[in-house]
Design a protein around this ligand. Structure first.
Ligand SMILES: *[C@@H]1O[C@H](CO)[C@@H](O)[C@H](O)[C@H]1NC(C)=O
Ligand SMILES: *[C@@H]1O[C@H](CO)[C@@H](O)[C@H](O)[C@H]1NC(C)=O
Ligand SMILES: *[C@@H]1O[C@H](CO)[C@@H](O)[C@H](O)[C@H]1NC(C)=O
Length: 340
């Protein structure tokens, strides 16, 4: 009797939580038309997936870039899918064209683990595209482990931050010429757990458990996204190019990952129920990239289609400047490419 009573209350609580979360999720609410505009979305595969264990909490982001690209295409934009996996990207391209009837969706190879790939991509875009109105730095991954890229950087830091930093520099001339234009950086709530130290930002921590270290690298790279945004906004003031950063949400917690048997099945089912869908996860990106009410708004952080305050170290301009200088070095920027 007692037992079934508890069980019923658990179900009621679970349903109430689901309803609360659903109601809390905001839609992008933007009716902006993007005809005549060009948008680049990095990491816009159909099934982009990242899973990072941070203090045993896992983050999973599925297809946010894809939904973002789909939304832009439905607004009439020319959309460039910038991805590493050609098959998945072509699949995404085909699906978007089919669904939106907008044939102006193209795919170009971009591998964030390689500066050569980033440079080739930027060169190609510079030579072939007339304009860039929106750049969404969405590509990212977690759980990549203790590896170095061919460019000598820690892989998570390069994929999630340095390559986007480099790409933004290389495309900036064209973005400026297309102004008013927008740069949108997709960070993560994980940035809150960052223990970023400038001199160690490119080092995988070896003094802690490897999965914690992975989470720490991920968090550091996401804080770097935020610091990059505020610093770039300051450098671009007066240009009519805005740059903002956001938390997509789309979180699955796996706190109960090690619970046994039948309980795990129930817990997993609940966790799946509480995922943000890719559609929900992409709303803030779409809002920040297109909303008319954000015209001229720059250097700000967004969550759930709302501006939120920068927290703690994320609003430390001194740290932002130091991280910027460090990233110029890690990205191997030539002096002519640096933003004065
Ligand atoms: C963004 O918001 C607009 C307006 O509410 C809506 O029509 C569109 O479907 C939304 N995009 C997505 C991907 O949900
Ligand atoms: C981009 O193209 C222009 C000419 O259209 C050229 O002057 C410029 O150097 C190119 N920039 C890069 C980074 O390749
Ligand atoms: C790291 O943590 C995982 C999960 O908690 C555990 O299985 C593993 O043994 C730990 N490794 C070390 C070296 O402590």
């Amino acid at each position: 009797m007692f037992c079934s009573c508890i069980f019923i209350w658990l179900i009621v609580a679970a349903v109430a939580l689901k309803i609360y979360l659903k109601l809390r999720n905001r839609q992008n609410g933007s009716y902006a038309c993007l005809v005549g505009k060009t948008a680049i979305v990095t990491g816009s595969n159909t099934d982009f997936y990242t899973k990072t264990v941070i203090f045993t909490i896992a983050f999973k982001i599925i297809g946010i870039g894809y939904i973002t690209a789909l939304d832009f295409a439905s607004r009439g934009a020319r959309v460039i899918l910038a991805c590493r996996n050609e098959n998945k990207a072509k699949d995404a391209q085909w699906k978007i064209i089919k669904e939106t009837k907008n044939p102006n969706v193209i795919y170009k190879l971009l591998d964030m683990t390689s500066f050569e790939s980033v440079r080739n991509f930027a060169k190609d875009i510079n030579a072939t595209e007339e304009r860039i109105d929106i750049l969404v730095n969405n590509a990212g991954a977690g759980g990549l482990g203790n590896h170095k890229t061919g460019d000598g950087n820690q892989i998570t830091m390069q994929v999630n931050h340095i390559s986007g930093f480099l790409l933004t520099h290389l495309l900036l001339d064209k973005i400026k010429k297309s102004a008013p234009s927008r740069i949108v950086n997709v960070a993560s709530i994980a940035a809150r757990w960052s223990k970023l130290k400038v001199e160690k930002m490119n080092n995988f921590p070896t003094d802690i458990n490897a999965s914690l270290a992975d989470g720490q690298m991920y968090a550091n790279s996401k804080l770097a996204n935020i610091l990059f945004t505020t610093e770039l906004a300051a450098k671009l003031s007066g240009t009519d190019v805005t740059v903002n950063v956001l938390h997509p949400g789309a979180i699955k917690t796996e706190i109960f990952r090690r619970v046994p048997g039948i309980l795990k099945i129930i817990v997993d089912a609940l966790a799946n129920l509480y995922f943000k869908t890719p559609e929900e996860g992409a709303q803030t990106t779409i809002y920040v990239a297109t909303s008319k009410e954000l015209q001229g708004v720059t250097g700000k952080l967004f969550d759930n289609c709302k501006q939120i305050e920068l927290y703690g170290v994320a609003k430390n301009p001194d740290l932002a400047t130091k991280v910027w200088t460090k990233c110029e070095e890690l990205a191997k920027l030539k002096s002519a490419e640096k933003i004065k």
